[in-house]
Design a protein around this ligand. Structure first.
Ligand code: SF4
Length: 181
């Protein structure tokens, strides 16, 4: 015949509800209570999936950032080869006017909420090619940008810093449903 341990018996004994104290706090002492939007924002910022696509030389630095030496996985950042499940677009490189419609289409294929990082001088304002008519003077002319990363090219540390800034932004904007929602 099985017998319960004294600590189990205490756990099995029905409690007598005390007035003035929430019942769930009496049943589960030490329970954490957080707003749902905080929980959602913490989940989103800890599971960012950037879409894997690059436009020019900045993309090489982006690829380096994904490699083992910098290890973006430790932040929950996992590169994803489809816009359908990605929530971050890193615009890494020169955006030509010929490529701009494709970049916009990829952005529109991403589900909400979604964020954009403009990586490098070219994506931000045309960079060294700003005087060429066939180069877009900044990707923010066609899609909204959340974080700009300066440099030509930015080092992986700068891209990591932009992700940390984006994570802070997600926590600050947690009351909003996300862009375009
Ligand atoms: S910012 Fe510099 S490194 Fe980046 S795509 Fe433009 S020219 Fe290449």
């Amino acid at each position: 015949m099985p017998t319960e341990h004294p600590s189990e018996i205490a756990g099995l004994t029905p409690i007598t509800p005390q007035p003035g104290k929430a019942l769930y706090r009496q049943v589960l002492p030490g329970i954490m209570q957080v707003p749902a939007d905080l929980l959602l924002a913490a989940s989103r910022k800890s599971s960012l999936w950037p879409m894997t696509f690059g436009l020019a030389c900045c993309a090489i630095e982006m690829i380096a950032t994904y490699m083992a030496h910098y290890d973006l996985d430790r932040f929950g950042i996992v590169p994803w080869p489809s816009p359908r499940q990605s929530d971050v677009m890193i615009v890494a490189g020169t955006v030509t006017k010929k490529m701009a419609p494709a970049v916009k289409l990829l952005y529109e294929q991403m589900p909400n909420p979604k964020w954009v990082i403009s990586m490098g001088a070219c994506a931000t304002n045309g960079g060294p090619y700003t005087r060429y008519d066939r180069v877009l003077q900044g990707v923010d002319k066609i899609i909204p940008v959340d974080v700009y990363v300066p440099g030509c090219p930015p080092r992986p540390e700068a891209l990591i810093d932009s992700f940390l800034a984006l994570q802070d932004q997600i926590m600050e904007d947690r009351s909003f449903e996300g862009r375009g929602a």
